[in-house]
Design a protein around this ligand. Structure first.
Ligand code: ADP
Length: 397
Protein backbone atom coordinates (compact mmCIF):
# COMPACT_ATOMS: atom_id res chain seq x y z
CA UNK A 1 0.00 0.00 0.00
CA UNK A 2 1.44 3.37 -0.90
CA UNK A 3 -0.59 6.42 0.07
CA UNK A 4 -2.19 6.15 3.48
CA UNK A 5 -4.06 8.36 5.90
CA UNK A 6 -3.48 8.20 9.62
CA UNK A 7 -6.23 9.00 12.12
CA UNK A 8 -5.28 9.73 15.72
CA UNK A 9 -7.50 10.04 18.78
CA UNK A 10 -5.72 10.90 22.03
CA UNK A 11 -7.65 10.46 25.28
CA UNK A 12 -6.36 11.31 28.74
CA UNK A 13 -4.58 7.96 29.17
CA UNK A 14 -5.17 6.32 25.81
CA UNK A 15 -4.28 6.68 22.15
CA UNK A 16 -6.23 5.19 19.26
CA UNK A 17 -4.75 5.08 15.83
CA UNK A 18 -6.26 3.99 12.50
CA UNK A 19 -4.68 3.61 9.07
CA UNK A 20 -6.77 4.17 5.93
CA UNK A 21 -5.72 3.52 2.35
CA UNK A 22 -6.18 5.87 -0.60
CA UNK A 23 -9.72 4.51 -1.14
CA UNK A 24 -10.54 5.41 2.49
CA UNK A 25 -10.75 1.76 3.50
CA UNK A 26 -9.55 1.06 7.02
CA UNK A 27 -6.43 -1.11 6.87
CA UNK A 28 -5.43 -1.31 10.52
CA UNK A 29 -6.08 0.06 13.95
CA UNK A 30 -4.03 0.14 17.10
CA UNK A 31 -4.59 1.12 20.69
CA UNK A 32 -2.40 2.20 23.59
CA UNK A 33 -3.87 2.33 27.09
CA UNK A 34 -2.91 3.25 30.65
CA UNK A 35 -0.37 5.75 29.30
CA UNK A 36 1.74 7.66 31.82
CA UNK A 37 1.30 4.76 34.27
CA UNK A 38 3.53 1.81 35.01
CA UNK A 39 1.09 -0.52 33.25
CA UNK A 40 1.21 1.22 29.87
CA UNK A 41 0.08 -1.20 27.19
CA UNK A 42 -0.31 -1.21 23.38
CA UNK A 43 -1.49 -3.56 20.69
CA UNK A 44 -2.41 -3.66 17.02
CA UNK A 45 -5.98 -4.86 16.42
CA UNK A 46 -6.14 -8.45 15.22
CA UNK A 47 -2.76 -9.29 16.70
CA UNK A 48 -2.56 -11.38 19.85
CA UNK A 49 0.83 -10.00 20.74
CA UNK A 50 1.11 -6.76 22.69
CA UNK A 51 3.46 -4.09 21.33
CA UNK A 52 5.93 -3.58 24.21
CA UNK A 53 5.86 -0.12 25.77
CA UNK A 54 8.23 1.17 28.45
CA UNK A 55 6.69 1.69 31.88
CA UNK A 56 5.22 5.19 32.17
CA UNK A 57 5.16 5.61 28.39
CA UNK A 58 3.79 8.98 27.26
CA UNK A 59 1.50 9.59 24.27
CA UNK A 60 4.57 10.55 22.25
CA UNK A 61 6.41 7.33 23.07
CA UNK A 62 3.32 5.21 22.40
CA UNK A 63 2.78 6.92 19.08
CA UNK A 64 6.39 6.43 17.95
CA UNK A 65 6.34 2.78 19.07
CA UNK A 66 3.05 1.98 17.34
CA UNK A 67 4.09 3.70 14.10
CA UNK A 68 7.32 1.71 14.09
CA UNK A 69 5.36 -1.52 14.74
CA UNK A 70 2.98 -0.71 11.85
CA UNK A 71 5.95 -0.07 9.56
CA UNK A 72 7.83 -3.18 10.71
CA UNK A 73 4.76 -5.25 9.91
CA UNK A 74 4.44 -3.53 6.52
CA UNK A 75 0.94 -2.32 7.44
CA UNK A 76 2.10 1.22 6.71
CA UNK A 77 4.86 1.07 4.11
CA UNK A 78 5.66 4.79 3.89
CA UNK A 79 4.95 7.92 5.86
CA UNK A 80 1.24 8.81 5.65
CA UNK A 81 0.26 11.53 3.19
CA UNK A 82 -2.02 13.20 5.72
CA UNK A 83 -2.90 12.86 9.39
CA UNK A 84 -6.29 13.60 10.93
CA UNK A 85 -6.68 14.28 14.65
CA UNK A 86 -9.81 14.17 16.74
CA UNK A 87 -9.94 17.36 18.82
CA UNK A 88 -12.71 17.64 21.37
CA UNK A 89 -13.31 21.39 21.62
CA UNK A 90 -13.11 23.95 18.87
CA UNK A 91 -15.08 26.64 20.75
CA UNK A 92 -16.67 29.19 18.44
CA UNK A 93 -13.41 29.46 16.46
CA UNK A 94 -13.77 26.26 14.47
CA UNK A 95 -16.95 25.76 12.47
CA UNK A 96 -15.29 23.00 10.46
CA UNK A 97 -12.13 20.91 10.31
CA UNK A 98 -8.87 22.88 10.01
CA UNK A 99 -5.43 22.36 8.56
CA UNK A 100 -2.94 22.52 11.43
CA UNK A 101 -0.31 25.24 11.50
CA UNK A 102 1.11 27.48 14.25
CA UNK A 103 -1.96 29.69 14.12
CA UNK A 104 -4.59 26.93 14.32
CA UNK A 105 -2.58 25.15 17.03
CA UNK A 106 -2.56 28.36 19.08
CA UNK A 107 -6.33 28.66 18.56
CA UNK A 108 -6.83 25.09 19.86
CA UNK A 109 -4.73 26.03 22.88
CA UNK A 110 -7.05 28.99 23.43
CA UNK A 111 -10.03 26.59 23.58
CA UNK A 112 -8.37 24.52 26.32
CA UNK A 113 -10.16 26.32 29.15
CA UNK A 114 -13.44 24.95 27.72
CA UNK A 115 -12.12 21.37 27.71
CA UNK A 116 -9.20 21.23 30.16
CA UNK A 117 -9.21 17.43 30.30
CA UNK A 118 -9.31 16.92 26.55
CA UNK A 119 -7.75 19.66 24.42
CA UNK A 120 -4.29 19.61 26.08
CA UNK A 121 -3.97 15.87 25.50
CA UNK A 122 -5.26 16.23 21.92
CA UNK A 123 -2.53 18.84 21.45
CA UNK A 124 0.09 16.47 22.89
CA UNK A 125 -0.84 14.04 20.12
CA UNK A 126 -0.67 16.75 17.48
CA UNK A 127 2.75 17.97 18.61
CA UNK A 128 4.13 14.43 18.91
CA UNK A 129 2.93 13.61 15.40
CA UNK A 130 4.35 16.85 14.08
CA UNK A 131 7.80 15.98 15.38
CA UNK A 132 7.56 12.44 13.98
CA UNK A 133 6.29 13.58 10.57
CA UNK A 134 7.38 17.23 10.19
CA UNK A 135 6.49 17.45 6.51
CA UNK A 136 3.14 15.59 6.55
CA UNK A 137 0.07 17.87 6.54
CA UNK A 138 -2.17 17.45 9.58
CA UNK A 139 -5.81 18.27 10.10
CA UNK A 140 -7.91 18.74 13.25
CA UNK A 141 -11.52 17.53 13.25
CA UNK A 142 -13.55 18.93 16.14
CA UNK A 143 -16.36 17.23 18.09
CA UNK A 144 -18.03 20.61 18.48
CA UNK A 145 -17.71 22.00 14.93
CA UNK A 146 -20.83 20.42 13.42
CA UNK A 147 -22.99 22.07 16.10
CA UNK A 148 -21.78 25.59 15.35
CA UNK A 149 -24.92 26.03 13.23
CA UNK A 150 -27.17 25.95 16.34
CA UNK A 151 -29.34 29.08 16.49
CA UNK A 152 -29.00 31.30 19.61
CA UNK A 153 -32.32 30.03 21.01
CA UNK A 154 -30.78 26.56 21.13
CA UNK A 155 -27.25 27.44 22.23
CA UNK A 156 -27.81 30.17 24.84
CA UNK A 157 -28.48 29.32 28.47
CA UNK A 158 -30.90 31.52 30.41
CA UNK A 159 -28.05 33.06 32.41
CA UNK A 160 -26.81 36.64 32.74
CA UNK A 161 -25.82 37.57 29.19
CA UNK A 162 -22.35 38.64 30.32
CA UNK A 163 -21.52 34.96 30.95
CA UNK A 164 -21.71 34.29 27.24
CA UNK A 165 -20.02 37.55 26.25
CA UNK A 166 -17.16 37.38 28.75
CA UNK A 167 -16.64 33.66 29.27
CA UNK A 168 -18.18 32.03 26.17
CA UNK A 169 -20.62 30.08 28.36
CA UNK A 170 -23.06 28.44 25.93
CA UNK A 171 -24.15 25.08 24.60
CA UNK A 172 -21.47 23.70 22.25
CA UNK A 173 -22.57 20.09 21.80
CA UNK A 174 -20.29 17.12 21.16
CA UNK A 175 -20.20 13.88 19.09
CA UNK A 176 -20.51 16.22 16.09
CA UNK A 177 -18.48 13.93 13.85
CA UNK A 178 -20.85 11.03 14.52
CA UNK A 179 -24.02 13.12 14.10
CA UNK A 180 -22.64 14.52 10.83
CA UNK A 181 -22.00 10.97 9.62
CA UNK A 182 -25.59 10.03 10.56
CA UNK A 183 -26.96 12.96 8.55
CA UNK A 184 -25.11 11.70 5.48
CA UNK A 185 -25.65 7.96 5.93
CA UNK A 186 -29.35 8.35 6.75
CA UNK A 187 -29.84 10.43 3.60
CA UNK A 188 -28.01 7.80 1.56
CA UNK A 189 -30.09 5.00 3.05
CA UNK A 190 -33.31 6.88 2.36
CA UNK A 191 -32.27 7.73 -1.21
CA UNK A 192 -32.16 11.45 -0.47
CA UNK A 193 -29.52 14.18 -0.27
CA UNK A 194 -28.24 15.34 3.14
CA UNK A 195 -29.30 18.92 2.34
CA UNK A 196 -32.94 17.86 2.07
CA UNK A 197 -32.97 15.36 4.93
CA UNK A 198 -34.08 16.04 8.51
CA UNK A 199 -33.35 13.51 11.22
CA UNK A 200 -33.06 13.05 14.96
CA UNK A 201 -29.74 11.34 15.61
CA UNK A 202 -29.21 9.48 18.90
CA UNK A 203 -25.56 8.60 19.56
CA UNK A 204 -25.60 6.16 22.49
CA UNK A 205 -22.16 4.96 23.59
CA UNK A 206 -20.47 5.46 26.95
CA UNK A 207 -21.26 9.11 26.33
CA UNK A 208 -24.72 9.77 24.89
CA UNK A 209 -26.15 12.70 22.96
CA UNK A 210 -29.06 13.41 20.67
CA UNK A 211 -29.18 15.98 17.87
CA UNK A 212 -31.90 17.53 15.73
CA UNK A 213 -30.65 17.85 12.15
CA UNK A 214 -32.71 20.02 9.84
CA UNK A 215 -31.87 19.80 6.13
CA UNK A 216 -28.43 18.40 6.97
CA UNK A 217 -27.66 21.07 9.58
CA UNK A 218 -27.42 20.63 13.37
CA UNK A 219 -30.09 22.82 14.97
CA UNK A 220 -30.26 21.48 18.54
CA UNK A 221 -28.33 19.00 20.64
CA UNK A 222 -28.46 17.63 24.16
CA UNK A 223 -24.85 18.08 25.35
CA UNK A 224 -23.95 21.56 26.46
CA UNK A 225 -21.00 23.61 27.64
CA UNK A 226 -19.52 20.25 28.63
CA UNK A 227 -20.44 16.67 27.69
CA UNK A 228 -22.25 16.28 31.05
CA UNK A 229 -25.62 17.71 30.03
CA UNK A 230 -28.57 15.84 28.54
CA UNK A 231 -29.15 12.10 28.37
CA UNK A 232 -28.32 9.53 31.04
CA UNK A 233 -24.88 8.09 30.13
CA UNK A 234 -22.57 5.31 31.29
CA UNK A 235 -21.13 7.20 34.25
CA UNK A 236 -22.51 10.75 33.68
CA UNK A 237 -25.76 11.91 35.19
CA UNK A 238 -26.95 14.01 32.26
CA UNK A 239 -29.53 16.63 33.32
CA UNK A 240 -29.99 17.24 37.02
CA UNK A 241 -31.49 20.16 38.91
CA UNK A 242 -28.72 22.82 39.08
CA UNK A 243 -29.92 23.37 42.67
CA UNK A 244 -28.34 20.00 43.46
CA UNK A 245 -24.95 21.70 43.44
CA UNK A 246 -25.79 23.96 46.38
CA UNK A 247 -27.55 21.11 48.18
CA UNK A 248 -24.49 18.86 47.95
CA UNK A 249 -22.15 21.73 48.85
CA UNK A 250 -24.30 22.13 51.98
CA UNK A 251 -23.51 18.49 52.78
CA UNK A 252 -19.83 19.38 52.73
CA UNK A 253 -18.98 17.96 49.31
CA UNK A 254 -16.43 20.07 47.43
CA UNK A 255 -17.02 21.44 43.92
CA UNK A 256 -14.32 19.11 42.61
CA UNK A 257 -15.96 16.07 44.21
CA UNK A 258 -19.43 17.02 42.97
CA UNK A 259 -18.01 17.25 39.46
CA UNK A 260 -16.33 13.87 39.90
CA UNK A 261 -19.57 12.25 41.11
CA UNK A 262 -21.66 13.71 38.28
CA UNK A 263 -19.12 12.67 35.62
CA UNK A 264 -17.75 9.38 36.89
CA UNK A 265 -20.07 7.82 39.48
CA UNK A 266 -23.53 8.59 38.14
CA UNK A 267 -25.55 7.55 35.08
CA UNK A 268 -26.06 3.82 34.56
CA UNK A 269 -23.27 3.04 37.01
CA UNK A 270 -24.72 5.18 39.79
CA UNK A 271 -28.29 3.97 39.29
CA UNK A 272 -27.46 0.28 39.10
CA UNK A 273 -24.69 0.32 41.68
CA UNK A 274 -23.04 -2.30 39.47
CA UNK A 275 -21.75 -1.26 36.06
CA UNK A 276 -21.79 1.41 33.36
CA UNK A 277 -21.88 -1.25 30.64
CA UNK A 278 -25.29 -1.63 28.99
CA UNK A 279 -24.70 -5.21 27.90
CA UNK A 280 -23.89 -6.27 31.47
CA UNK A 281 -26.88 -4.28 32.76
CA UNK A 282 -29.22 -6.11 30.38
CA UNK A 283 -27.83 -9.45 31.65
CA UNK A 284 -28.25 -8.35 35.26
CA UNK A 285 -31.80 -7.16 34.58
CA UNK A 286 -32.62 -10.48 32.88
CA UNK A 287 -31.47 -12.22 36.05
CA UNK A 288 -33.81 -10.21 38.22
CA UNK A 289 -31.51 -7.39 39.38
CA UNK A 290 -34.12 -4.65 39.92
CA UNK A 291 -31.76 -1.63 40.11
CA UNK A 292 -30.27 -2.59 36.72
CA UNK A 293 -33.74 -2.86 35.15
CA UNK A 294 -34.60 0.52 36.64
CA UNK A 295 -31.36 2.06 35.29
CA UNK A 296 -32.28 0.87 31.77
CA UNK A 297 -35.82 2.17 32.22
CA UNK A 298 -34.59 5.63 33.27
CA UNK A 299 -32.06 5.68 30.41
CA UNK A 300 -34.78 4.93 27.83
CA UNK A 301 -37.35 7.28 29.35
CA UNK A 302 -34.92 10.24 29.34
CA UNK A 303 -33.97 9.41 25.76
CA UNK A 304 -37.62 9.31 24.70
CA UNK A 305 -38.25 12.68 26.38
CA UNK A 306 -35.35 14.15 24.42
CA UNK A 307 -36.68 12.75 21.12
CA UNK A 308 -39.80 14.76 21.85
CA UNK A 309 -37.74 17.84 22.73
CA UNK A 310 -35.77 17.61 19.47
CA UNK A 311 -39.04 17.72 17.50
CA UNK A 312 -39.41 21.40 18.49
CA UNK A 313 -36.54 22.29 16.14
CA UNK A 314 -37.88 20.45 13.09
CA UNK A 315 -40.67 21.07 10.60
CA UNK A 316 -40.48 17.56 9.18
CA UNK A 317 -38.77 14.34 10.14
CA UNK A 318 -37.31 11.81 7.72
CA UNK A 319 -35.96 9.39 10.34
CA UNK A 320 -35.01 8.77 13.94
CA UNK A 321 -31.53 7.24 13.91
CA UNK A 322 -29.85 5.07 16.56
CA UNK A 323 -26.05 4.74 16.65
CA UNK A 324 -23.10 4.18 19.05
CA UNK A 325 -22.40 0.93 20.91
CA UNK A 326 -25.80 0.91 22.63
CA UNK A 327 -27.80 2.40 19.76
CA UNK A 328 -26.35 -0.08 17.27
CA UNK A 329 -26.53 -3.18 19.46
CA UNK A 330 -29.28 -2.95 22.02
CA UNK A 331 -32.64 -3.98 20.59
CA UNK A 332 -33.98 -3.71 24.13
CA UNK A 333 -33.05 -0.03 24.50
CA UNK A 334 -34.51 0.81 21.09
CA UNK A 335 -37.74 -1.03 21.87
CA UNK A 336 -38.16 0.46 25.34
CA UNK A 337 -37.44 3.96 24.07
CA UNK A 338 -39.88 3.76 21.17
CA UNK A 339 -42.47 2.32 23.56
CA UNK A 340 -42.74 5.82 25.08
CA UNK A 341 -43.22 7.47 21.70
CA UNK A 342 -46.34 5.89 20.23
CA UNK A 343 -48.33 9.09 20.72
CA UNK A 344 -45.89 10.76 18.31
CA UNK A 345 -46.50 7.96 15.83
CA UNK A 346 -43.32 5.90 16.26
CA UNK A 347 -43.98 2.17 15.93
CA UNK A 348 -41.31 -0.51 15.98
CA UNK A 349 -41.19 -3.84 14.14
CA UNK A 350 -39.86 -6.20 16.80
CA UNK A 351 -38.47 -8.75 14.34
CA UNK A 352 -36.63 -6.10 12.33
CA UNK A 353 -35.41 -4.49 15.54
CA UNK A 354 -33.95 -7.75 16.82
CA UNK A 355 -32.25 -8.51 13.51
CA UNK A 356 -30.13 -5.36 13.64
CA UNK A 357 -26.88 -5.73 15.50
CA UNK A 358 -23.35 -4.45 15.01
CA UNK A 359 -22.24 -3.76 11.44
CA UNK A 360 -25.74 -3.97 10.03
CA UNK A 361 -27.73 -0.92 9.13
CA UNK A 362 -31.35 -0.63 8.19
CA UNK A 363 -34.91 0.24 9.11
CA UNK A 364 -36.68 -1.09 12.17
CA UNK A 365 -40.05 0.68 12.10
CA UNK A 366 -43.30 -1.16 11.40
CA UNK A 367 -45.47 -0.35 8.39
CA UNK A 368 -47.86 1.78 10.48
CA UNK A 369 -45.09 3.98 11.92
CA UNK A 370 -45.40 7.66 11.10
CA UNK A 371 -41.61 7.97 10.78
CA UNK A 372 -38.78 5.70 9.65
CA UNK A 373 -36.45 4.49 12.42
CA UNK A 374 -32.91 3.57 11.38
CA UNK A 375 -29.96 1.78 12.96
CA UNK A 376 -26.67 2.99 11.50
CA UNK A 377 -23.19 2.00 12.75
CA UNK A 378 -21.14 5.13 13.26
CA UNK A 379 -17.64 5.65 11.86
CA UNK A 380 -16.02 8.77 13.24
CA UNK A 381 -12.56 7.65 12.11
CA UNK A 382 -13.73 7.49 8.50
CA UNK A 383 -15.05 11.06 8.69
CA UNK A 384 -11.70 12.22 10.12
CA UNK A 385 -9.81 10.36 7.37
CA UNK A 386 -12.01 11.97 4.69
CA UNK A 387 -11.55 15.42 6.19
CA UNK A 388 -7.76 14.92 6.39
CA UNK A 389 -7.76 13.88 2.75
CA UNK A 390 -9.98 16.79 1.66
CA UNK A 391 -8.04 19.51 3.46
CA UNK A 392 -4.51 18.15 3.19
CA UNK A 393 -4.44 16.64 -0.27
CA UNK A 394 -7.45 18.27 -1.94
CA UNK A 395 -9.17 14.89 -1.83
CA UNK A 396 -6.56 13.21 -4.02
CA UNK A 397 -6.00 10.51 -1.37
P1 ADP B 1 -17.58 4.72 23.47
O1 ADP B 1 -18.49 5.87 23.74
O2 ADP B 1 -16.58 4.48 24.56
O3 ADP B 1 -17.00 4.70 22.06
P2 ADP B 1 -19.27 2.56 22.51
O4 ADP B 1 -19.89 3.37 21.42
O5 ADP B 1 -18.38 1.43 22.12
O6 ADP B 1 -18.52 3.44 23.59
O7 ADP B 1 -20.48 1.98 23.40
C1 ADP B 1 -20.25 1.25 24.55
C2 ADP B 1 -21.58 0.79 25.10
O8 ADP B 1 -22.23 -0.06 24.13
C3 ADP B 1 -21.46 -0.03 26.38
O9 ADP B 1 -22.45 0.37 27.31
C4 ADP B 1 -21.74 -1.44 25.88
O10 ADP B 1 -22.26 -2.28 26.89
C5 ADP B 1 -22.76 -1.15 24.84
N1 ADP B 1 -22.96 -2.33 23.99
C6 ADP B 1 -22.10 -2.90 23.13
N2 ADP B 1 -22.63 -4.06 22.62
C7 ADP B 1 -23.86 -4.20 23.19
C8 ADP B 1 -24.89 -5.16 23.09
N3 ADP B 1 -24.78 -6.22 22.29
N4 ADP B 1 -26.02 -4.96 23.82
C9 ADP B 1 -26.14 -3.90 24.62
N5 ADP B 1 -25.20 -2.95 24.76
C10 ADP B 1 -24.07 -3.09 24.06
Amino acid sequence: MDASLLVINCGSSSLKLAVFDDQHRKRASALAERLNSKNAFARIAGSEQAVPLPSGASHEIALGTLIKALKDRAIMANDPCAIGHRVVHGGETFREAALLNDETIAAIEDCASLAPLHNPVNLDGILATRSLFPSVPQVAVFDTAYHQTLPPRAFLYALPETYYRDWAVRRYGFHGTSHYFMAHEAARLLGRTPATTSIISAHLGNGCSITAIRDGISVDTSMGLTPLEGLVMGTRSGDVDPGLFDFLAGKGISAKDINEVLNKQSGLLGLSGQTNDMRSLCDLADHGHTPSALAIDIFCFRLAKYVGAMMASLTSLDALVFTGGIGENSARVRQQTLGHLSLMGFQIDNALNKSHGAHSQGRIESSDSRFPVLVIPTDEELVIAREASRLATGGSV
